[in-house]
Design a protein around this ligand. Structure first.
Ligand code: ASP
Ligand code: MG
Length: 412
């Protein structure tokens, strides 16, 4: 008997009829002979609703209480799904994060999984039950409820699959796979049959919302392939897996964009050792993730440092940096949240030169100004004005020949 972990997102359990449909799919997998663990998100819109409620109560909700609040969404969907499965004649039991032993650190609203014991799950599986697990949540050492960040149910699913040494991890969502670009912006975007962990990591952190970035990190670390499929449309989906030779043939596999970042600039920073360490040390202490960083050429001993952070952390980052700026004698701190990051990603870039310049030229042809650039072995990202994000994605998708009916390999 095999073991499969299936995860269903918020839209897939968005109402009672859909919960029944999910129950049918789960039961089908069970009757095919596999042990089944199902991880579910809160019903569509529920997490947002809870967050809005908190904001109505106070402008700055306490992070611990926030997790206590938003974790309730998943508790509703696991119970309903377990009932729906039972009504189809199979055994099922629902579990919270705590009950399955998901131990995290105490970074509320973005906690990281430290350990999963899963004993309770193994027992349930042994008894022939379908285990229905609440995504997104865990507990810290003192049993405070924590959550894993937006989209965190993906990470619960992959972590569960790793902990139980499952044969497969299937993520069911409202799209039928990972695309060369967001199909709602680029009409001729293609679904990828498979994509490497590394590429998916870049695409996910760049705003391809299909999978939470951490779930891909987890999958990569433990080499757990993830199959992303549509709950509604069927199809073969996209397999996120280890890099192979076919993948290396393609220079650019996808174009992604993200509008959820803001740019903080510290102007007139004294150019001496330890300054960057001080600024970013303080930001790291608050668990704020910094993405791109640039520091310009120093003139007369002064320099400017710009960096991007998630928009949701921008105000806090600004406050921290303002404090540090006063201490180090920097002139000014500014915040710009009307930015977007566009990226091209592909493991095939490793073996090719000129990819970045081709990207810059494509943007230049449309008169799109580049504010920041960063590169990795398999990615080039540019920060541009937010209003040009969609245009940039279309232009780049075209420039690298990613559309339907175009040759897959383009030499540059
Ligand atoms: N319900 C959580 C969210 O909306 C977690 C998830 O859906 O994965 O972010
Ligand atoms: Mg999701």
């Amino acid at each position: 008997m095999g073991l499969v972990v299936q995860k269903y997102g918020g839209t897939s359990v968005g109402n009672v009829a859909r919960i029944r449909d999910v129950a049918k799919k789960v039961v089908e997998a069970r009757r095919a002979g596999d042990g089944v663990v199902v991880v579910v998100s809160a019903m569509a819109g529920e997490t947002d609703r809870l967050i809005r409620l908190a904001r109505e109560v106070t402008e700055r909700p306490n992070a611990r209480e926030m997790d206590m609040l938003v974790s309730t969404g998943e508790q509703v969907s696991i119970a309903l799904l377990a009932m729906a499965i039972q009504s189809l004649g199979e055994l099922a039991e629902s579990f919270t994060g705590e009950q399955v032993g998901i131990l995290t650190d105490s970074a509320y609203t973005k906690a990281r999984i430290k350990k999963i014991s899963a004993d309770r799950l193994r027992e349930a599986l042994k008894e022939g039950k379908i285990a229905v697990v609440a995504g997104f949540q865990g507990v810290d050492e003192r049993r405070n409820v924590t959550t894993l960040g937006r989209g965190g149910s993906d990470t619960t699913a992959v972590a569960m699959a790793v902990a139980l040494q499952a044969d497969r991890c299937e993520i069911y969502t409202d799209v039928d796979g990972v695309y060369t670009a967001d199909p709602s912006i680029v009409p001729d975007a293609r679904r990828l049959d498979k994509v490497s962990y590394e590429e998916m990591l870049e695409l996910a952190s760049m705003g391809a919302k299909v999978l939470q970035t951490r779930s891909v990190e987890f999958a990569k670390k433990y080499e757990m392939p993830i199959l992303v499929k549509s709950t509604f449309m069927g199809g073969q989906g996209t397999l996120v897996t280890r890099e192979d030779q076919d993948m290396e043939q393609v220079v650019v596999s996808g174009v992604a964009y993200a509008k959820d970042q803001a740019k903080v600039t510290v102007v007139g920073v004294p150019d001496r050792p330890g300054i960057a360490a001080k600024i970013f040390g303080r930001i790291a202490e608050e668990n704020i993730v910094v993405d791109m960083i640039i520091q310009n050429v120093s003139e007369r001993g002064l320099t400017d440092i710009s960096f991007t952070v998630p928009k949701s952390d921008a105000i806090q980052a600004l406050e921290i940096v303002k404090e540090v700026a006063t201490e180090i004698g920097a002139q000014e701190v500014t915040l710009d949240d009307r930015i977007a990051k566009v990226s091209i990603v592909g493991v095939g870039m490793r073996g090719h030169s000129g990819v970045a310049s081709q990207m810059f030229q494509a943007l230049a042809r449309e008169n799109i100004n580049i504010m920041m650039i960063s590169t990795s072995e398999i990615k080039v990202s540019c920060v541009i004005e937010a209003k040009y994000a969609e245009l940039a994605v279309r232009v780049l998708h075209d420039a690298f020949g990613l559309g339907e009916g175009r040759p897959e390999v383009k030499e540059v």
